[in-house]
Design a protein around this ligand. Structure first.
Ligand SMILES: [Ca+2]
Ligand SMILES: [Ca+2]
Length: 601
């Protein structure tokens, strides 16, 4: 267990003696004090704090009340622990001070290793290193090298809200889910027997309703459940626990996914989405449930609807979205939305993204196939007009059988993520509580990769604003593949029904999401850490033995995607973690690619 980060602190927690009297010695000292409330006015406490600090030459910019009826003071920046300790000593000598505690934030209390033993890691190719060869994985987001780069860094907790179909109690997500809320207000569609409530569980759909569309009043499309579970597992599945999933946010401490259930049997209502978005970011509104105490910095919406998001000068749905997104931005929450999956008639992409991906301020994410070309179904995003990028979402082709029914065939690895086995005629129904890895396809599964990378950036640089985060994501990208099969057309802006084509900045956003570049940029900006921060340490797994660093390792080819050619050490560590995983794989723990089942969403 190695920590290379210096010991850091963010100011001091200072408890002043009571203003009106000496501490009451007759009271029991073992009473809980965390919830104590000061009887002193805020203004008076502020003034006393200021004069105490002035007497001892201690400077600070920020002062706020905190638990234990104490006050937190800090400069807004991290400082060396020793410096804070020295200031604490000064203040402790003051007769007006009861106690002082250094607000230490970075210490190796938790060790999170990217040395995975999660058996399906090797199948989760969307997490792996980007390749640059023709036919190689040029569409993936370079996640593993980004994890490698985070070794030894201070990592703050960060919450990503998944506004979706709700959560399931998959063991791989134990401890990774915040409480969440159910915003599906319509009882008929919620299928959980009530409207709004504090249980965001995904109840699934009864097989009867799946078989008989007449029982699904008002539903226009076949329902797809476990959608929220798949996305939550992409973001938060624990690494290194010998269970299948590995999420993008695996190296981040604490609960990382906030399940906000907004989609029921028939999709998601605008008002439920808007309320869910506000609540997710910790914003009160008229009639809101109790405030969300684990506000999200990133809000993932892997769905979209028809209708433009442009300003018509009236109070309409577009206005609701625009205003809500602006409000979220003011609270520090970035909205990431999928660009949509084209027309169900032909499974080919449309010329514009669905709403809310089309709204100003949203990061719109469209899908590439694994090789880095536009996926068949992926809607276009004009990266010269809005914030947008692209990343692997899996690819499928649609053909029709003798009865003119659509038949979908997976044409790459898809996005292998966690799902429940409860199915009925190929459509997910009620949960069985039996989990497996399944391949899914759609821009739904591109958006969370971008949301996860945004969260990794916030984990290393929690002070980034939404604008900084969004700008960095769309500029610290990898270029679209420029070497391509001669038969593949170039994507044409403004044109509907395009299948696989060669992306341009006018058709697939500014480029391919690149976690390695984006996270490295964020680490360069890092100026602070949030409470609960830990240091990611390396592990000493067998993959790190020198004999595996020599020639003959199948895991050590390719460049790091951002390191200028040769592999840097940290990227190599991430690759070697993959080596370890493939050794576990060879023992036959995973059920094998034959079990992968295709889904689209
Ligand atoms: Ca409910
Ligand atoms: Ca796992």
């Amino acid at each position: 267990m190695v920590s290379t980060s210096p010991r850091l602190a963010k100011g001091l927690i200072v408890k002043l003696k009571q203003a009106d009297r000496r501490p009451d010695a007759t009271r029991s000292v073992v009473r809980l004090q965390a919830a104590a409330m000061s009887t002193e006015s805020m203004q008076s406490a502020r003034l006393r704090m200021a004069s105490v600090a002035r007497r001892h030459g201690v400077n600070y910019l920020v002062q706020r009340p905190t638990a234990f009826a104490a006050q937190l003071i800090h400069s807004g920046k991290l400082e060396p622990f020793e410096q804070a300790q020295a200031e604490a000593e000064q203040l402790r000598a003051d007769p007006d001070v009861e106690w002082v505690i250094v607000n230490e934030v970075a210490h190796p209390a938790g060790v999170i290793s990217p040395g995975f033993n999660d058996p399906a890691y090797e199948q989760q190719t969307w997490l792996h290193q980007r390749e640059t060869t023709l036919g190689g994985r040029q569409g993936v987001a370079n996640i593993a090298p980004a994890w490698g780069a985070m070794i030894g860094k201070t990592i703050s907790p960060v919450v990503v809200a998944v506004l979706d179909t709700g959560k399931l109690p998959a063991p791989d997500l134990d401890g990774r889910m915040a409480q969440g809320y159910d915003f599906v207000s319509e009882v008929e569609y919620s299928d959980d027997g009530n409207g709004l409530d504090d249980d965001p569980s995904d109840p699934g759909i009864s097989p009867e309703k799946i078989r008989d569309p007449a029982l699904r009043t008002g539903c226009s499309a076949a329902p797809l459940q476990w959608h929220g579970l798949r996305i939550a597992s992409m973001l938060g599945a624990q690494a290194g626990n010998a269970l299948n999933g590995v999420g993008i946010l695996a190296p981040v401490p604490g609960p990382v996914v906030l399940p906000v259930r907004v989609a029921g049997m028939c999709g998601a209502e605008l008002s439920d989405i808007i309320e869910g978005m506000l609540w997710a970011a910790g914003i009160d509104y008229q009639g809101s449930p109790p405030r969300n105490l684990q506000p999200a910095r990133v809000i993932n919406l892997s769905f979209g609807g028809d209708g433009s998001c442009s300003d018509s000068g009236t109070h309409d749905a577009a206005w609701l979205y625009r205003d809500t997104i602006k409000t979220l931005e003011s609270k520090g929450a970035l909205v990431v939305a999928s660009a949509g999956n084209g027309s169900p008639d032909n499974w080919l992409g449309l010329a514009t993204p669905t709403r809310p991906a089309s709204c100003p301020g949203v990061l719109a994410v469209t899908a590439l196939n694994q090789q880095g070309y536009k996926a068949n179904y992926a809607n276009l995003v004009d990266g010269t007009q809005q914030y947008g990028l692209a990343v692997a979402g899996g690819d499928m082709v649609m053909t029709r059988d003798a009865n003119n029914q659509p038949v979908y065939t997976l044409v790459d690895d898809g996005i292998v993520a966690l799902a429940d086995q409860g199915t009925d005629q190929g459509i997910d129904t009620k949960p069985l509580g039996v989990y497996e890895m399944q391949a899914a396809v759609g821009t739904s599964f591109s958006a969370p990769t971008a949301a996860g990378v945004a969260a990794l950036m916030l984990a290393v640089a929690p002070d980034l604003t939404v604008a900084e985060l969004r700008n960095a994501l769309v500029t610290h990208i990898a270029p679209f593949p420029t070497v391509f099969p001669a038969a593949l057309p170039v994507c044409q802006p403004g044109v509907n029904a395009q299948g696989n084509c060669v992306c341009t900045t006018q058709t697939c956003g500014t480029g391919v999401l690149d976690a390695y570049r984006a996270v490295n940029w964020a680490m360069d900006q890092a100026s602070g850490a949030a409470s609960g921060a830990v240091t990611v340490a390396s592990s000493d797994s067998s993959c790190f033995r020198p004999n595996r660093l020599g020639g003959g390792s199948s895991c050590s080819d390719g460049d790091s995607g951002g390191g200028g050619g040769a592999l840097d050490t940290l990227s190599l560590l991430a690759l070697l973690a993959a080596c370890l995983t493939s050794m576990v794989m060879a023992a036959g723990v995973w059920r094998g690619a034959g079990d992968v089942r295709g889904d689209r969403g």
